[in-house]
Design a protein around this ligand. Structure first.
Ligand code: MEV
Length: 425
């Protein structure tokens, strides 16, 4: 059989990279950093964090079949958990049969917060800040000329009153700041620190905290997909059983925070993996996701699954997506650069649209498995491969040993070593 007839997963690691180059049109040289062989160096790490002693690696795989806004995207995912990449790829294939994912990101507006304390009168301070709104916005616009040149900068100032807190009532000033293709933490924190003295003067109070909010609810990303009913059935499960089972599973998460936490964790399996592969701050997106999931006062599912008029399964996901394609680790990390090239993202919004689509696919993968055969079957064969590797299997032994462990329903390292020793006698 010639190489071109082989499926992606049947190729060797290097052949997969070559296939990626062919499929994406990105030159192989530019993708080599994805192989992990010339990724982040310890010297680069030493410039990124304190007390560096080295770098830490994770598996990097490619989710396939994604059709997002009419464009095929090969999605790099850095994740240690088995089944995540396979699950995303398979669900992307089902979604492709229904036209793929339709995704849209809001303009990249972040929120920065100034906490205003020691105000003699909140109403007077609020009026003073409102009266100086234009002056403060002009000041903010002059802080980062590069950002302004690219069309970013301050968009609004909003005064909020915190009516009750452990230290009583106080004001918060929100600076709405368009950060263009950056994640924006640095840009907004710099702007806040520069504005703070003038805000203190105007309000007659003391500015305490000056920091962005990770509840980036002005920077939401949304994805939708429709899975044709006919694509849903498998083995003994009818399409209707799978569809209705997924909707019932979603309803559980919609109603119960205990389930919603796990349901949303499954979404973040996919989202974090792309965030990490692109050098983005996954803790920031995690924080925003969970805060947004509780925006109506009760923690709930970030996705929604329903039946459309034709009986197909329709899914959607909306959540904050503060991601960047410039600055920070994204700029320094060679694999992050290669990941962005592979996906051909031109703006932070393009990346947000890809990531939210992956999150929706990942949720579908989990719900489809949970609503039918359970997640252990898929997990087990990959888990068995890890056990086989840890037991010392090499080359073709890995898959053979994993199959044997699954067949024996004994996915344990002692049994793996025993089998290997028998084979090698
Ligand atoms: C495991 O990493 C993720 C799941 O628990 C998600 C879910 O339960 O929806 C399978």
């Amino acid at each position: 059989m010639s190489k071109k007839d082989l499926k992606f997963y049947e190729l060797t690691l290097f052949e997969r990279l070559q296939r990626l180059a062919q499929e994406s049109g990105v030159v192989l040289e530019d993708l080599k950093a994805l192989s992990g062989k010339d990724g982040l160096t310890p010297e680069q790490a030493d410039h990124m964090v304190e007390n560096a002693v080295g770098v830490f690696s994770l598996p990097l795989g490619i989710a396939r079949n994604f059709l997002i806004n009419g464009r095929t995207v090969l999605v790099p995912m850095a994740v240690e958990e088995p089944s995540v990449i396979a699950g995303a790829s398979f669900m992307a294939k089902l979604a492709r049969a229904g036209g793929g994912f339709h995704a849209k990101a809001d303009p990249p507006e972040m929120i920065g917060q100034l906490q205003l304390l020691d105000l003699p009168d909140l109403e007077t301070a609020k009026n003073a800040l409102d009266a100086h709104r234009s002056e403060l916005l002009e000041m903010a616009a002059a802080i980062d000329p590069v950002l302004s040149r690219f069309g970013g900068g301050p968009r609004d100032l909003v005064v909020r009153e915190i009516t009750s807190s452990p230290i009583g009532a106080f004001l918060v000033l929100h600076l709405i700041y368009d950060v263009r293709d950056a994640m924006g933490a640095n840009a907004i924190n710099t702007a806040l620190e520069k504005l703070a003295p003038r805000v203190a003067e105007i309000s007659g109070g003391r500015v305490h905290l000056r920091i962005l909010s990770n509840l980036a609810d002005r920077r939401l990303a949304r994805a939708e997909c429709t899975i044709p009913l006919s694509a849903l059935g498998f083995d003994a499960y009818s399409p209707e059983t799978v569809r209705d089972g997924i909707i019932e599973a979603w309803a559980f998460a919609a109603a119960d925070p205990y389930r919603a936490a796990t349901h949303n964790k499954g979404i973040m399996n996919g989202i974090d993996a792309v965030l990490i592969a692109t050098g983005n701050d996954w803790r920031a997106v995690e924080a925003g996701a969970h805060a947004y999931a509780a925006k109506d006062g009760k923690y709930t599912s970030l996705t929604r699954w329903e039946k459309d008029e034709e009986g197909n399964l329709k899914g959607s996901l909306e959540m904050p997506m503060a991601v960047g394609i410039i600055g920070g680790a994204t700029r320094v990390h060679p694999a992050a650069q290669a990941a962005l090239k592979l996906m051909k993202v031109k703006t932070a919004s393009d990346l947000a649209e890809i990531i939210v689509s992956v999150g929706l696919a990942q949720n579908l993968a989990a719900l489809r498995a949970l609503a039918t055969e359970g997640i252990q079957r898929g997990h087990m064969s990959l888990h068995a491969r890890q056990v086989a590797l840890a037991a010392g299997a090499v080359g073709s032994e890995v898959d053979r040993l994993a199959d044997q462990l699954v067949k024996e329903k004994a996915i344990r390292s002692d049994r793996a070593i025993e089998i290997l020793n028998e084979w090698r006698k």
